[in-house]
Design a protein around this ligand. Structure first.
Ligand code: NAD
Ligand code: MG
Length: 392
């Protein structure tokens, strides 16, 4: 009989870097995938273009004030998807029965509620939105279990670990250690960090990404968030997670076993590889990524991270160790500080002290439910705004 059954995919954050890469993979396999819903926050023109090109059933614009503009942009292009708008519509579309798979690729805590909805609805949940895990790891993992969702990490490190753990039995996992690789960002060897501009911070040596994650990569907060993400996704405690700088971004992460064996996953740095894995698992499909050419690679190098120059990594380890609401506070403070830096209101080197001040001034208990997570997020943003005002 014929080929694979067509999967209906919803992409939350379709206009972003991850969303765009995912659509590139999906368009290579029209027999396997079709788009159910595509969403964006405010880029009306880009979303209307996608509606015309990809022909999804539904498009959702996060900012409700832009609904009419989206409708006219769609009309102008003769695009015919159903249109919805606002935060509630994002949550509804994430859990809608018409989709088999949902790619959570909204940036920041803004993606938390739709990501949870996809988990509760039992989707194949392709998870890029690491901030959702950092804010509400326990609640998200519980929602995945309750909903019977299949969680497939898209973040390249976690995708690598997922691949390394395939076929590893629970007893073997007990002693396993995770080694997350980090490129070190654009300023690994730069001396003067005070004068870093947003444009410099967003020019990553190996990956082209959204602006927020680019700054996070430059401060190493991205790796910190990933340490917290890894602990929740794989149920591994903080003592068994390690970070190593690997500037070539070829080894995407590793798992080490008590007997000394280390499994690594490698590939060219291209997010289409983990996206294709998440889309097709347990099968494998072409992603469009270049093959790894070992003869041309030259060398792979590794070094310890410099915690003194990049304190954000340590904040994340501390927050994970501390527990309670610390990870949600860390995430919110970071989002506020990064936004201020991108808008030219904060120096690069003031990002870490701003976050530290918030962590010291606000220590909420473990959130029992999602409303408490949202409250911690809201209050931590208030503390961060105060910390910014003090620096100014
Ligand atoms: P991006 O800024 O390029 O895209 C973000 C997307 O989210 C856009 O479609 C935007 O419209 C949408 N969005 C932003 N704010 C929103 C809001 N308030 N409500 C609804 N939608 C909103 O970001 P990106 O680089 O694609 O990253 C997306 C997520 O994937 C982030 O959590 C990031 O950490 C993670 N991730 C990205 C990469 C990468 O290579 N870019 C790698 C690993 C993980
Ligand atoms: Mg990553």
């Amino acid at each position: 009989m014929g080929g694979p059954v067509t999967q209906a995919v919803t992409i939350l954050g379709a206009t972003g870097s991850i969303g765009t890469s995912a659509l590139d993979v999906i368009e290579r396999h029209p027999d396997r995938y079709r788009a159910h819903a595509l969403t964006a926050h405010s880029n009306v023109e880009a979303l209307a273009d996608l509606a015309q090109r990809i022909r999804p059933d539904v498009v959702v614009i996060g900012d409700p004030a832009l609904e009419d503009r989206l409708r006219s942009a769609m009309r102008a292009r003769g695009a015919r998807a159903e249109v919805a708008a606002g935060a509630r519509a994002l949550v509804e579309v994430a859990g809608a029965p018409e989709a088999d798979a949902v790619l959570a690729a909204i940036v920041g805590a803004a993606g938390l509620m739709p990501t949870l909805a996809a988990a509760e609805a039992g989707k194949r949940l392709m998870l890029a939105n690491k901030e959702a895990v950092v804010c509400a790891g326990a609640l998200l993992m519980a929602a995945v279990r309750r909903g019977g969702a299949t969680l497939l990490p898209v973040d390249s490190e976690h995708n690598a670990i997922h691949q390394c753990l395939a076929g590893v039995r629970a007893v073997e996992r007990d002693g396993a250690r995770l080694v997350l690789t980090a490129s070190g960002g654009p300023f690994r060897d730069r001396r003067d960090l005070d004068s870093v501009t947003p444009q410099e911070a967003c020019a990553h040596p190996n990956w082209v990404m959204g602006r927020k994650i680019s700054v996070d990569s430059a401060t190493l907060m991205n790796k910190g968030l990933e340490v917290i993400e890894a602990s929740w996704l794989f149920g591994i405690p903080v003592e068994r997670i390690e970070v190593v700088i690997h500037p070539q971004s070829v080894v995407h992460s590793m798992v080490e076993f008590p007997d000394g064996s280390v499994l690594a996953q490698m590939g060219t740095p291209d997010m289409r590889t983990p996206l294709a894995y998440a889309l097709a698992w347990p099968e494998r499909i072409a992603s469009g990524a270049q093959r790894l050419d070992f003869a041309r690679l030259g060398g792979l190098t590794f070094e310890a991270p410099d915690h003194r120059r990049f304190p954000c990594l340590g904040f994340a380890f501390d927050a994970l160790r501390h527990g309670r609401g610390a990870s949600a506070v860390l995430n919110a403070a970071n989002e506020v500080a990064v936004q201020a830096f991108l808008e030219g209101r904060l120096r690069f080197t003031d990002i870490a002290p701003t976050i530290e001040r918030v962590l010291e001034s606000y220590d909420p208990p473990e959130p029992a439910g999602i409303d408490e997570v949202l409250e911690i997020d809201r209050r931590a943003r208030g503390h961060a705004a105060n910390a910014l005002a003090l620096r100014a």
